[in-house]
Design a protein around this ligand. Structure first.
Ligand SMILES: [Zn+2]
Length: 327
């Protein structure tokens, strides 16, 4: 479908996550006209989750005072790995999905052209078109949360590669010999060294070794996962344990980014995700320091390190942008 066929109609962007489903109606200028949200209920079977996605889409359209006939296309970002051509989610551990035909379901339900891609690729596209990376032709987005995901924009296009799997920056191996085990099965991936999960582990190791930290008083339940806001509060208390863990995490992020800078020569590194959003200045400046130190000076010259700007909207906006580009 050519761009003119949309007749300037808005599109729906969907952000499918393990805990919540977000949908938004977005006009051709990239403005959000409405938002809707539901819990995913990932413990239910895929058909029920698919029905919930359809429900959220209908709610977003209704919220914008429109009907499905007013919509040009649907774009959805989903955890993967997935096949953007067929729109089949190959495996999504957070959803308990295997070979789920997300594109087929949405097309069957709404009779609209539908486009699916990896959630982090879509988030990077959102930041590139409407957020921190607006007008920047070559950039890398890195999102730090439970895991670490990334997206690569080369010459204004999302780079997906031969097997459409590019952008897995979280699984760059930085400590192959004696590093921590990663969820992917490898040893010493960036994700195992610098994600919020890794930071959590590094803090608990220090506590187990008898180190004192305000974390113990900030956590209501000592076994609860350490949220980004708690990490920020601890940093504001000048906590040595948390600071040490975060310095380690930003060191590994920076070393990984140095390699990416040498490899791809981006103009901008966008850092996002919950942990970064809680401490944007700390993360961007620490990662920049390390990355600049470990990359070629002529490659890192004038490269900007910036926090993501779209927050929770990156997914829906990016998915909408993807639909607008592909239809
Ligand atoms: Zn890995």
């Amino acid at each position: 479908m050519s761009k003119s066929k949309s007749n300037g109609k808005p599109v729906v962007g969907v952000d499918l996550g393990g805990t919540k489903i977000l949908a938004a109606v977005v006009n051709k200028e990239g403005k959000l006209l409405s938002r809707a949200k539901k819990s995913t209920k990932a413990d239910k079977d895929p058909d029920q989750v698919l029905d919930r996605i359809c429900l959220v889409i209908r709610e977003a359209v209704e919220e914008a005072d429109l009907t499905i006939n007013d919509i040009a296309a649907i774009g959805a970002g989903s955890p993967g790995p997935l096949d953007p051509e067929t729109g089949i989610i190959i495996v999504a551990p957070n959803l308990g999905w295997k070979n789920v035909d997300l594109k087929g379901k949405l097309e069957g339900e709404f009779k609209l052209p539908t486009f699916i891609d990896n959630d982090v690729n879509v988030g990077t596209l959102g930041e590139h078109r409407l957020g921190a990376g607006k007008g920047v032709a070559n950039l890398i987005g890195i999102f730090v949360g439970t895991g670490i995901g990334g997206g690569i924009i080369i010459d204004n296009k999302l780079y997906t590669g031969f097997n459409k799997t590019a952008g897995e920056v979280g699984h760059i191996i930085l400590q192959p010999k004696d590093g921590p085990k990663c969820g992917c099965g490898n040893i010493g991936c960036m994700e195992a060294l610098a994600s919020r999960t890794a930071i959590d582990r590094m803090i608990r190791e220090q506590l187990d070794n008898g180190k004192k930290s305000v974390i113990t008083s900030l956590l209501k339940d000592k076994n609860a996962r350490i949220k980004s806001g708690v990490l920020r509060d601890a940093m504001e208390h000048d906590d040595k344990v948390v600071s040490k863990a975060l310095k380690k995490a930003t060191y590994y992020l920076g070393v990984g980014v140095a390699g990416l800078i040498n490899l791809l020569s981006p103009e901008m590194i966008i850092l996002g995700g919950g942990v970064v959003e809680a401490m944007p200045d700390f993360f961007t400046s620490e990662v920049e320091k390390v990355a600049v130190k470990h990359s070629f000076p002529n490659a890192s010259k004038n490269v900007r390190f910036v926090p993501a700007r779209l927050g929770d909207d990156a997914g829906v906006l990016g998915a909408a942008v993807m639909a607008q580009m592909k239809m």
